[in-house]
Design a protein around this ligand. Structure first.
Ligand code: G3I
Length: 630
């Protein structure tokens, strides 16, 4: 249970001042183009947004920047538009004063007899870049005891220092990269019950001084580089990114290149340098990197990265690969592919294990609208083209995901006039599906249409068209790709509940109105604690009764606190068995290949661990698929 409360406090800093910020330029651009006041009609036809032209067509990428084999990697012709970084906080948030304190109250806890802890004397802070911020945190509790406290994520370059008197001091010297509204949150724990907590955020407004020379020039640093495992004699590609908090672009150097290696600045991303080499011996390879300030070349930082190089035998498994076992059952078994895996250090082993084990692949992120169509009329197909090329080289079929979703939408569609959204949806479906209609055999036409209570999500699509957006999307999808399987893909429908009930009602309404629908995607993002297999089996049957196919689309089984790999394997085994027992179950896909890149990597939910070693879950799936009695 969360209860907002308001408090007011003071602080200690160098020297405060304040100014007004501008709205996002992208938002202004989108409105400008959409309203046609830039003189463009978008394109020659009646469409609202120009179709893909020659300038949208991906071009071949130099092999020096990737590990792909068996297909040519293409890249966007121009600068790839990054996914819009969501503007977290604005001046309005800052001007509104200290945010309300947020309480976390254990169920059944009586807050009248035990008032929550809070902080003495905090306020929002406004500084110039280069000035030192110091804020003393003194947690207090109305019942008189001294609360403990801990910071949420520290801001880059900041510290939260213990004064050993019950207080702590937040220290930060923001620089050019921090200009804007920053937030810092500290949580106090009630002395009587540490699950009873109060979180206080402060906003720190950072602005550029009139004289930037007053801002200290700090040494650049290397962006975080996670440990990776690679296979000996494979090409290794490592993208290293320099970070200079003064906002400059550092120069990266490797004094002692691996034998035969190359180290080049990325042709399109100046802050990225690409190291490519082939390790010929096993063991841990340590590579020293120098980050040099582009303003003051004497200002440097030295860091080391390390790669674990294993023999090829370390990546083999016993028994038949999953895809061989699935194919004899006319079943698809697949995974969600990490976007641009061929740009990762371990891209070669990633691709080889994927090709060995899976015959079905979904783009985890590259086909989302903010990636494909970041601006009106602007399309970015390279990452998805590459995945389709990889799938063809690996004899895999492709699962298109997602077409219409309420998340990962570009700002321009969220801000478009509602009266234009239907046409934008129609054009988007047409352009995306027509590009891949010969490559993609299954589409998540509508992804996650249902809210937790079973109502339809209030997405931009629903706002503009009501429930009919679903019917229109499916009707158009069928028209563009008549031979493809069209799915609704949803989570939390594997058990009884409001979403499953609503899903079956939605299916019944669509079928009563002859809306094309071929199957249902059960995402299945489970924890090891999942045990509602009877309900899952019943919901499979309800889908099958409606003459629809079942796709397990995003299976992963996160290790709950204290759970074992054997328990994880058991859940995978039960799910695969239920699929094999249901004739309408056509596919099993895990949401990722290795724990290394899972969106839930902290819970190690997949079949292969971070070093690409098959886990008990893999062996369990292999065993069920091989058991011809099932
Ligand atoms: O590409 C940008 C990068 O340029 C930027 O620097 C970085 C930091 O802001 O963000 C990167 O985009 C992130 C993207 O993953 C690629 O890593 C997005 O912020 C992040 O939100 C996105 O998360 C994905 C999430 O869907 C939302 O799209 C997860 O990787 C992906 O596993 C997850 O998958 C979804 C399915 O599509 C639908 N079903 C649920 C499933 C899990 O949420």
């Amino acid at each position: 249970m969360i209860i907002p409360l308001h408090m007011s406090q003071s602080f200690l800093i160098d020297n405060p001042r304040a100014r007004v910020a501008l709205p996002s330029l992208a938002a202004l651009f989108a409105l400008f183009v959409l309203s046609g006041c830039d003189g463009s009609s978008g394109s020659s036809d009646s469409s609202l947004t120009a179709g893909p032209g020659a300038d949208d067509q991906p071009i071949a990428e130099a092999p020096a920047f990737n590990t792909a084999s068996g297909f040519v990697v293409v890249r966007e012709p121009g600068p790839r538009l990054p996914v819009e970084a969501t503007v977290e906080y604005t001046d309005a948030d800052f001007d509104a004063g200290l945010p309300a304190i947020v309480l976390q109250v254990p169920d059944g806890f009586d807050t009248t007899t035990n008032l929550p802890p809070n902080f003495d004397n905090l306020q929002n802070v406004s500084v110039m870049a280069g000035e030192l911020v110091e804020v003393v945190y003194r947690p207090v509790d109305p019942e008189g005891e001294l609360p403990g406290m801990f910071p949420e994520e520290l801001l880059q370059g900041s510290s939260f220092d213990d004064n050993f008197d019950g207080t702590k001091t937040f220290r930060w010297r923001p620089l050019q990269m921090d200009v804007g509204i920053n937030a810092f949150t500290v949580t106090a724990l009630d002395p009587a019950n540490d699950s009873y907590r109060a979180s206080q955020t402060i906003f720190i407004k950072v602005e550029l001084p009139d004289d930037p020379s007053t801002i200290p020039n700090v040494a650049p640093m290397l962006d975080e580089f996670r440990p990776h495992t690679v296979r000996v004699n494979d090409p290794v590609v490592i993208e290293l990114k320099g970070i200079d908090l003064n906002g400059d672009t550092p120069i990266l150097e490797i004094p002692d290149l691996p034998v035969g290696g190359s180290f080049n600045q990325h042709p399109r991303f100046a802050e990225i340098y690409v190291l490519k080499f082939v390790p010929t011996t096993t063991g841990t390879l340590t590579i020293d990197v120098v980050a040099r300030d582009s303003i003051d070349s004497a200002l440097t930082a030295e860091e080391s990265i390390s790669i674990s190089v294993l023999a090829a035998s370390a990546f083999t498994t016993t028994g038949q690969p999953l895809r061989a076992l699935a194919e004899v059952r006319d079943l698809r078994i697949g995974f969600a592919a990490l976007q641009s895996f061929y740009h990762r250090p371990d891209g070669a082993i990633y691709a080889d294990i994927a090709e060995r084990e899976f015959n079905f692949v979904t783009p985890e992120n590259s086909m989302k609208m903010d990636q494909i169509n970041p601006e009106p009329g602007r399309f970015q197909f390279a990452a998805t083209d590459n995945l389709v090329s990889f799938a063809q080289s690996a004899d895999m079929t492709v699962h298109g995901h997602p077409i219409i979703w309420y998340r990962q939408l570009p700002n321009w569609i969220e801000q478009a006039p509602l009266t234009q959204v239907e046409q934008h949806m129609s054009e988007y479906i047409s352009r995306l599906m027509s590009r891949y209609k010969d490559d993609v055999t299954v589409w998540d036409v509508i992804n996650e249409p249902l809210a937790d209570n079973g109502s339809l999500r209030d997405s931009i699509w629903h706002k503009a068209m009501g429930e009919s957006y679903i019917d229109k999307a499916f009707a158009q999808a069928r028209a563009v790709a008549p031979d493809a399987q069209l799915l609704i893909n949803e989570f939390d429908i594997s058990m009884e509940g409001p979403k499953a009930t609503a899903l079956f009602a939605l299916i019944d309404r669509m079928q009563a109105n002859d809306i094309p629908l071929d199957g249902i995607g059960f995402q299945m993002h489970f924890f090891t604690s999942f045990d509602q297999f009877t309900e899952l089996e019943a919901n499979f049957a309800k889908v099958a009764e409606r003459d629809l196919d079942i796709y397990i689309t995003e299976l992963d089984v996160s290790l709950a606190q204290g759970a074992t790999l054997a328990q994880q394997a058991s859940v995978y085994e039960r799910v695969v068995s239920l699929c094999l027992a249901q004739p309408r179950c056509k596919a099993i896909q895990t949401w990722g290949l290795t724990d290394q890149y899972s969106f839930r990597s902290i819970f190690d939910p997949l079949l292969f661990n971070r070093s690409y070693q098959a886990k008990p879950a893999y062996t369990a799936v292999q065993g069920v698929l091989a058991d011809t009695t099932q």
